[in-house]
Design a protein around this ligand. Structure first.
Ligand SMILES: Cc1ncc(COP(=O)(O)O)c(C=O)c1O
Length: 405
């Protein structure tokens, strides 16, 4: 066999129906794609960021950059954390990566020996178990509970930690705000998670890539505001709040100076050096975007307002159907409804999403790809008329199958 055993874990369930969608398009059918969480496909990347990218190119910023990130960008990121969260983070505690995706890959490669455990929460972002398993890790699953508006039950979490005490998990990874549920974790819950991580000596990692896409009635808390004096890492980047997914820029913050944080930081720099550099002009453009906080706030506010309206509309439409129910999202741009699959005659969520694509030409992602069978993820970024058209198609599809079942 030419491919390794571990490579079997590398597979992105969010894109698995792309081939079928392409075939349908070849037959002249129009597919409404609500499966990819890409804001730049719906909202133009702000022109001041585009101009900064062009300027960087004209200035000849085309050589390899410092592997851990250009100074201007790391300083601008540190300044963002001071401005937004009053967290004092040194630019040297920041490593720039090619998206949060690369950061997740690096962290698993660095921290895990075969058989090492780490705590993930279901529903998860699919890349987390992918890289964990590829590196020989063993996931310990806890949950975000739908009955708690997709928050974490910290008593259950502590039980899970105790049950696995023989082999201490290397890290615990939360997503806040969450993909796929669109939830913001309660500050009190976060404080309890921080305390558990600290008490049991588990590195806490918080993926905060949606930290600025938070709706008007919700309050987001960054781990950097509460996890003081203990090892923790934050993942963030340009993709969502800066609407620049194709720049492929993310970063890891390791704000503290304990031995674990220092070791992880030094190894991250080694990994960054092994792949030489992230995109140089993109880094200069992102640095300018970060520094230009006035322009950014204007842009992000208008994008979030529009997203909130789209997601709100989608929530109302979904909850009119007796075959689906969704907890109203507070952030990001996803809806994660539970579907009464049995009543509709489907054996699982994969069969549901495949049939939906074939019969209605609407592409979603199956919940089982996020570790939550029986749900589907809908991306709420499309314009309102397209989004309502798609959701009405889903509702009609459900009604038709309910009658046939
Ligand atoms: C929770 C989460 N983390 C990471 C990523 C990947 O981000 P990047 O574009 O920075 O690789 C995504 C993308 O959808 C995401 O939803």
């Amino acid at each position: 066999m030419i491919i390794s055993r571990k490579s079997r874990y590398v597979y992105n369930p969010l894109l698995e129906e792309d081939k079928l969608a392409a075939e349908l398009e070849k037959q002249g059918k129009h597919v409404i794609k609500l499966n990819a969480g890409d804001p730049a496909a719906y909202f133009k990347t702000p022109s001041y960021i585009i101009n900064a990218f062009v300027e960087a190119l004209k200035e000849g910023r085309t050589a390899y950059a410092n592997a851990a990130g250009v100074k201007e960008l790391r300083e601008a990121i540190a300044e963002r954390y001071w401005r937004m969260y009053r967290s004092s983070i040194s630019p040297e505690s920041i490593v720039v990566t090619q998206g949060v995706s690369e950061a997740i890959d690096f962290i698993n490669a660095i921290m895990l020996n075969p058989g090492d455990a780490a705590i993930l929460f279901r529903p998860y972002y699919p890349l987390y178990p992918l890289y964990l398993l590829e590196n020989g890790g063993k996931p310990i699953f806890e949950n975000y509970y739908e009955s708690l508006s997709w928050n974490i039950d910290t008593e259950k979490l502590e039980k899970t930690i105790k049950k696995n005490a023989r082999k201490k998990p290397k890290y615990m990874l939360i997503t806040n705000p969450n993909n796929p549920t669109g939830t913001v974790l309660d500050r009190k819950v976060l404080e309890e998670i921080v305390e558990l991580a600290n008490n049991y000596g588990i590195m806490l990692i918080s993926d905060e890539i949606y930290d600025e896409i938070v709706f008007s009635n919700a309050k987001f808390t960054s781990i950097s505001e509460i996890a003081k004096g203990m090892p923790y890492a934050i993942l963030n980047g340009a993709s969502k709040a800066y609407d620049a997914t194709g720049f492929r820029l993310g970063y890891v913050l390791l704000p503290e100076h304990d031995a674990k944080s220092e070791q992880l930081l030094a190894k991250l720099v080694d990994y960054a050096q092994a792949r030489l550099s992230a995109s140089t002009p993109a880094q200069y453009a992102f640095a300018k975007a970060l520094v230009n906080s006035k322009e950014h706030e204007k842009q992000v506010r208008s994008m979030v307002k529009e997203i909130e309206e789209r997601v709100g509309l989608a929530t109302k439409l979904i909850n009119k159907s007796k075959h689906m129910h969704v907890v109203e999202p507070q952030a990001a741009f996803y809806l994660f409804p539970k579907v009464n699959l049995k009543q509709l005659g489907f054996k699982n969520d994969k069969e549901f999403t495949e049939s939906l694509l074939k019969e209605e030409q609407v592409q979603l992602s199956r919940g089982s790809g996020f570790g939550a069978e029986g749900y589907v993820r809908i991306v709420g970024l499309a314009q309102k008329d397209i989004l309502s058209l798609a959701i009405n198609k889903i509702i009609e599809f459900c009604e038709r199958h309910a009658k046939e079942a």
